[in-house]
Design a protein around this ligand. Structure first.
Ligand SMILES: NC(=O)c1ccc[n+]([C@@H]2O[C@H](COP(=O)([O-])OP(=O)(O)OC[C@H]3O[C@@H](n4cnc5c(N)ncnc54)[C@H](OP(=O)(O)O)[C@@H]3O)[C@@H](O)[C@H]2O)c1
Length: 308
């Protein structure tokens, strides 16, 4: 696996980034720790988490923290080997300061993430999503403060569109604040909206794009077409709210079309998905959600088959 540089930083990341949204449930702590160790031993040096991740237990406003706690334990003695990304902004409590991108919430959550992750600094700190209640300049200034304090090395955006990104870049340049170096949008062969404007903008501005939902919650692994029955240990069976697209006929039609394209390329749908996504210009690394070491192994094998 050849690492790829993140422009405007000294960091290089593996083309596969380990997603941790399933840490807690269905991936219990011992398996999650084994998975992190196994993945880093294989050369995956990029890990994505968020202050709110706690697996299937998560609901809007729940406290979160579980995935970061597990990572803090898993990375004992390995912290320097990885580029660690986490996020702030989603609701994690009932109070007015328990959500969003206001100064109080950002600074408090950063300290909590550092404590749970057992680290002195976060390599990439993302704004998890836009907060319409807070002027974006306040949020950027808070991130700049964290960078100045050494608690964060670089920052990024998740779920922001191209026009919001342009506004942020203008503000950074006019105030002398550090620019975001990374973007984390949803992107897969089934949802390609970012190709219209966000991806070209990021290429032009040299912002690394690291998409999530690349496997579309498992749909693009091909496992749901193989049988009419839902695989019993699959997300569709265990947590159907996280896979609403399964029931949409248009999605099923798109999947059949992609299966044919994969076949024509001599690949299965899963390998075709990984190959096509990682080869898209502007995409630095792809975040993969995983439930067990076998799925990490499949990802590494698929990547090897692509020659990347
Ligand atoms: N920034 C954001 O707003 C945001 C939002 C969501 C996620 N994320 C990040 O992106 C990561 C991935 O998101 P995601 O889990 O929703 O999407 P995903 O990567 O599209 O789907 C992951 C799921 O697909 C299935 N899968 C993976 N590899 C497989 C294989 N080889 N064979 C069969 N099934 C396989 C697994 O589910 P089953 O085995 O249970 O079916 C796995 O949990 C998260 O962990 C998180 O770090 C970010």
């Amino acid at each position: 696996m050849k690492n790829r540089p993140i422009p405007h930083t000294s960091l290089e990341v593996s083309p596969i980034c380990l997603g941790t949204m399933t840490f807690g449930t269905p991936v219990a702590e011992p398996e999650a720790v084994r998975m992190v160790h196994w993945a880093t031993d294989q050369g995956i040096n990029f890990i994505d988490t968020a202050n709110v991740y706690e697996g299937y237990q998560r609901f809007l406003g729940s406290a979160g923290g579980v995935a970061e706690e597990i990572l803090g334990k898993a990375l004992a003695g390995r912290r320097q080997q990885v580029v660690l990304a986490t996020k702030v902004g989603n609701p994690n409590g009932p109070g007015p300061d328990d959500r969003g991108l206001g100064h109080t919430h950002i600074l408090r959550e950063c300290d909590r993430s550092l404590a749970r992750l057992k680290t002195d600094s976060i390599d990439i700190y993302y704004m998890h999503r836009p907060d319409p209640q807070t002027p974006i300049a306040t949020s950027i200034a808070s991130f700049a403060e964290l960078i100045k304090a050494g608690k964060v090395r670089h920052w990024g955006l998740s779920n922001f569109d191209a026009s919001q990104t342009r506004e942020i870049l203008t503000l950074c340049d006019s105030h002398g604040w550090p620019r975001p170096v990374m973007h984390q949008p949803p992107y897969s062969l089934l949802q390609r909206q970012i190709e219209v404007d966000l991806l070209p903008l990021c290429r032009q501005e040299q912002i690394a794009v690291v998409p999530y939902q690349v496997l579309q919650s498992g749909l693009l692994t091909g496992k749901y077409q193989q049988s009419a029955e839902l695989p019993p240990d699959s997300r569709a069976a265990e947590k159907p709210e996280w896979l609403p697209q399964l029931k949409i006929q248009q999605t099923r039609d798109q999947l059949h079309a992609l299966e044919s394209q994969a076949q024509a390329a001599g690949l299965n749908l899963y390998t075709y998905t990984i190959k096509t996504t990682i080869a898209t210009p502007g995409i630095t690394s792809i975040i993969l959600g995983v439930k067990n070491i076998g799925q990490v192994e499949s990802a590494i094998r698929a990547l090897a088959a692509t020659g990347i």
